[in-house]
Design a protein around this ligand. Structure first.
Ligand SMILES: NC(=O)c1ccc[n+]([C@@H]2O[C@H](COP(=O)([O-])OP(=O)(O)OC[C@H]3O[C@@H](n4cnc5c(N)ncnc54)[C@H](OP(=O)(O)O)[C@@H]3O)[C@@H](O)[C@H]2O)c1
Length: 327
């Protein structure tokens, strides 16, 4: 059995990855969680739980040396935070610690970065983002992910694959869920008047891709991760409405109004410490018009074929949200 460590195992992507690894029956799976982490989606008795002291590199090194993992899937990360320094602390400094402590060990590192590390694709030509492009992240989140990517590329002497997922959605997910709930409440919001070009990957497909990337002899490359299709924002809404058999009222918000709302929410957040799904970073993501990316090398390098297109994924996700009484 190969030994696989999944960090961020309590989260949306991490918990699916743990499940997919166990389903393969070829892996001894270690789920890295915190004392405060929920084990709601980690109930399989075959899971070995582990805590990683990212800020105590001596102990972290001892743990990694003792466990001698074949694969380390570093999924842990913060996508939103009330304290902006958390992006650098968790998304960069923890990656640095992990990379430093993995030096010289045999583990292949699979790192989930983000499309945000690249920044939006070209809005003039509408060309898809490519790995060879120069990066221009427009969020603190994206900048922290790019910093982590660069650290891995420049310093890690082992094997690694960097994946830059686009919008990941599916069962257990809590951000796109807000959008689904809005449509469920008969509202169809649009930010700005120019249609947005979107890409997606279903959560379990991303988990499959992580495993393919680990198993592959290919190493030390970066990939965007999507289902390979391009969707316009109104198509996403239509698919969601069709799946829910519902109607909506379309509302188009000019960007300057959304920017003002975000300013107010950011002020409330800094006073109360509460974080909101809509914040400055999210606004920068939502205002960008082109989130298309080139993923042709996923097929050529890993033979990756997503099992879900957006309609199939939204159907399954909404079925789950209903079953769990989230909708
Ligand atoms: N979801 C997307 O659309 C998307 C798109 C592109 C890239 N990604 C990347 O994919 C990864 C997984 O995302 P997700 O959607 O699954 O996020 P998620 O559901 O919020 O899960 C995040 C995981 O990271 C852990 N984590 C957060 N802060 C930590 C800390 N200080 N120390 C240790 N662990 C910590 C969380 O642990 P707790 O449960 O204890 O909080 C949780 O297990 C992230 O790196 C994210 O940047 C996600």
């Amino acid at each position: 059995m190969k030994k696989a460590l999944v960090t961020g195992a309590s989260g949306f992507v991490g918990s699916h990855l743990v499940e997919q690894l166990l389903a393969k029956g070829e892996y001894e799976v270690y789920a890295a969680i915190r004392k405060s982490s929920s084990k709601k989606y980690l109930t399989d008795t075959r899971i070995n739980f582990i805590e990683l002291p990212y800020e105590d590199t001596k102990t972290l090194r001892e743990i990694l040396e003792t466990c001698d993992f074949d694969f380390v899937f570093h999924i842990a990360g913060v996508t939103k935070t009330k304290n902006i320094d958390d992006f650098d602390r968790v998304n960069f400094r923890y990656v640095k610690s992990l990379v430093d402590c993995l030096q010289g060990l045999r583990a292949k590192l699979i790192f989930t970065s983000s499309f945000a590390a690249h920044g939006p694709a070209d809005e003039v030509t509408n060309a898809p983002a490519k790995v060879c492009d120069e990066c221009h992240p427009n969020t603190a989140y994206g900048k922290s992910k790019l910093k982590a990517e660069n650290y891995i590329k420049e310093n890690f002497n082992g094997k690694y694959i960097i994946l830059r997922p686009t919008g990941v959605y599916g069962t257990r997910e809590t951000d796109y869920y807000v959008y689904f709930k809005t449509i469920h409440n008969h509202l169809e919001p649009y930010l700005g008047f120019v249609p947005q070009r979107l890409t997606f990957i279903y959560g379990t497909d991303l988990a499959d891709l992580c495993i393919l990337a680990a198993q592959s002899p290919i190493a030390n490359k970066t990939y965007f991760a999507s289902d390979g299709r391009l969707y316009m924002d109104y198509e996403f809404a239509k698919i969601t409405k069709d799946v829910m058999h519902t109607w909506t009222l379309k509302i188009k918000f000019p960007l300057f109004i959304v920017r003002f709302v975000v300013f107010v929410l950011d002020c409330i957040s800094s006073i109360t410490g509460k974080s909101f799904t809509l914040n400055k970073d999210k606004y920068n993501i939502l205002k960008a018009r082109n989130w298309d990316c080139d993923v042709s090398d996923l097929k050529t390098d890993f033979g990756f074929e997503p099992k879900y297109d957006l309609k199939q994924g939204v159907e399954e996700a909404i079925g789950w949200y209903k079953k769990e009484k989230w909708l």
